[in-house]
Design a protein around this ligand. Structure first.
Ligand SMILES: NC(=O)c1ccc[n+]([C@@H]2O[C@H](COP(=O)([O-])OP(=O)(O)OC[C@H]3O[C@@H](n4cnc5c(N)ncnc54)[C@H](O)[C@@H]3O)[C@@H](O)[C@H]2O)c1
Length: 439
């Protein structure tokens, strides 16, 4: 077993040297760390890419290690201590899908150990860790793909192309909401009946979070607690930031304001279940300034909905399962509001107006269409698989990934700032270029 001390004594270079060189035909050996809901999905998508083999998994709950052997074979190496995975020489890359508070530490440890990293969103739980992770990626030369799969989606690529082609004119605002109305939607995930201290490495789950006695709800519903999660902003806004930054080429907002509260799911959680965020985006070479509005409501009595709208003067582009552009042409005449003027003034105004816009009889030709164009991906299309394919392609060809640590931090930063703005009840200023909090 690799102890913490032993692990720390090994230099980054020595550990990196353990990682074998890959030839184009070699299988990429992967390990997964944190194999709950998303860990399972990451493994499934990774194994759907050609030339990838799963050899080891780590999780602090024994039940998930047992389940991994049921699914991926009894020869799979399993451990409750992720450092044992990092100490295994044959492993080229790790998928990290732990609760948010572990992302930065495990990703940095993994890159120092010579492993390429696919780390789930939000890349970090704490703004201070963003630069640490970017530095870890640079200094080790390892590939780091952050797990916001929308940036690999052909649907998002289509939206990007359509906006660039001017399909809605210059967009002036973007709005998105992600509303739900169910217990599972509000993160009340199942707690297994064998969640005992014997089956769970409680201290390793807590990690750098405040020490507290064993309480399984905190592990299985970790999103509900600031100590381990990042609230609705880190869980959901972050997807909208990464997808929107990919489409628009934006680097991030310069001003962030968020408000909300815990309105309905009062189950002991310490994060809001309703949040609205407003963001000012500065002009870049790609676009003039615009405003973004994001919203999550976990108790939306109409059942909830998920919408992502790019609003421009010539149309509205909506991204969902596919892309839709709705257009309603503006009236060619400006119209008038003269009813409150004296009669003689009205007559004078009308005479002038009708000189410019002679009255015509409405006809079938004058009925203007409201149009809708729809672009749908092929049936069964899966952007998550494409995101993993992009990761493994980058490993084999030493090329750039679509969502490196800098891109990941540019999405996580404003999401985490939303939480800060909510707690401090004030707008915050951010430099999207240098990724620093201002003022
Ligand atoms: N990309 C996406 O669309 C997407 C979707 C869902 C979740 N996620 C992200 O994936 C991550 C995991 O979310 P989830 O829904 O799978 O949560 P989950 O609770 O289902 O799984 C987390 C797993 O990590 C394990 N774990 C906790 N501490 C650990 C440690 N120190 N070492 C190893 N394992 C540890 C837990 O036992 C659990 O099995 C989160 O960061 C979340 O934001 C991304």
């Amino acid at each position: 077993m690799t102890t913490r001390r032993h692990f720390l004594q090994l230099s980054a270079a020595a550990l990196a040297a353990q990682s074998p060189k890959l030839s184009a035909n070699d299988k990429i050996q992967i390990a997964a760390i944190g194999i709950g809901g998303m860990g399972h999905e990451d493994i499934t998508s990774a194994l759907a890419a050609p030339g990838v083999a799963l050899t080891a998994v780590a999780d602090v709950y024994q039940g998930r290690l047992d389940r991994a052997k049921e699914l991926w074979g009894k020869d799979l190496f399993t451990t409750r201590d992720y450092r044992e995975v990092l100490g295994r020489p044959g492993i080229d890359a790790v998928l990290i899908a732990t609760p948010d508070h572990w992302h930065a530490q495990i990703a940095i440890d993994a890159m120092k150990a010579g492993k390429h990293v696919y780390v789930e969103k939000p890349m970090v739980q704490d703004i201070a860790d963003g630069k640490r992770l970017i530095e870890g990626e640079k200094s080790t030369g390892k590939i780091c793909q952050v797990g916001s799969q929308r940036v690999s989606s052909i649907v998002y690529q289509k939206a990007k192309d359509l906006i660039k082609q001017g399909s809605i004119g210059q967009f002036n605002m973007i709005e998105a909401w992600w509303d739900r109305n169910s217990a599972i939607g509000a993160w009340q995930y199942s707690i297994p009946p064998d969640a005992t201290p014997e089956n769970i490495d409680w201290d390793r789950f807590l990690g750098s979070a405040p020490k507290r006695p064993f309480e399984p709800i905190r592990l299985f519903r970790w999103r509900n607690y600031q100590d381990y999660g990042t609230g609705v902003a880190g869980d959901l806004f972050v997807h909208l930031f990464s997808g929107m930054h990919f489409i628009t080429g934006s680097l991030g907002p310069s001003r962030v304001y968020a408000t909300g509260g815990l309105r309905f799911w009062k189950d002991g959680r310490d994060v809001p279940d309703v949040m609205i965020g407003l963001y000012d985006y500065p002009a870049t070479a790609d676009h003039p300034e615009f405003t973004l509005m994001l919203r999550v409501n976990f108790a939306d009595g109409a059942g909830g909905s998920h919408v992502f709208r790019f609003v421009g003067p010539e149309g509205v582009l909506t991204v969902g399962n596919g892309v839709t552009i709705a257009r309603q042409p503006r009236d060619t005449e400006p119209g008038y509001t003269i009813g409150t003027f004296p009669k003689a003034v009205q007559d004078q105004f009308l005479a002038e107006y009708q000189k410019q816009y002679p009255p015509t009889k409405p006809s079938a030709d004058s009925i203007r269409p409201r149009t809708e164009e729809r672009y749908l991906p092929p049936p069964g299309y899966n952007d998550h698989r494409d995101h993993h394919v992009n990761f493994f392609h980058a490993i084999r060809t030493k090329s750039a990934v679509v969502e490196d640590a800098t891109f990941g931090f540019r999405a996580a930063g404003p999401a985490l700032l939303s939480n800060l703005s909510y707690t401090q009840r004030k707008p915050l200023h951010w430099d999207p270029q240098s990724m620093n909090l201002k003022g």
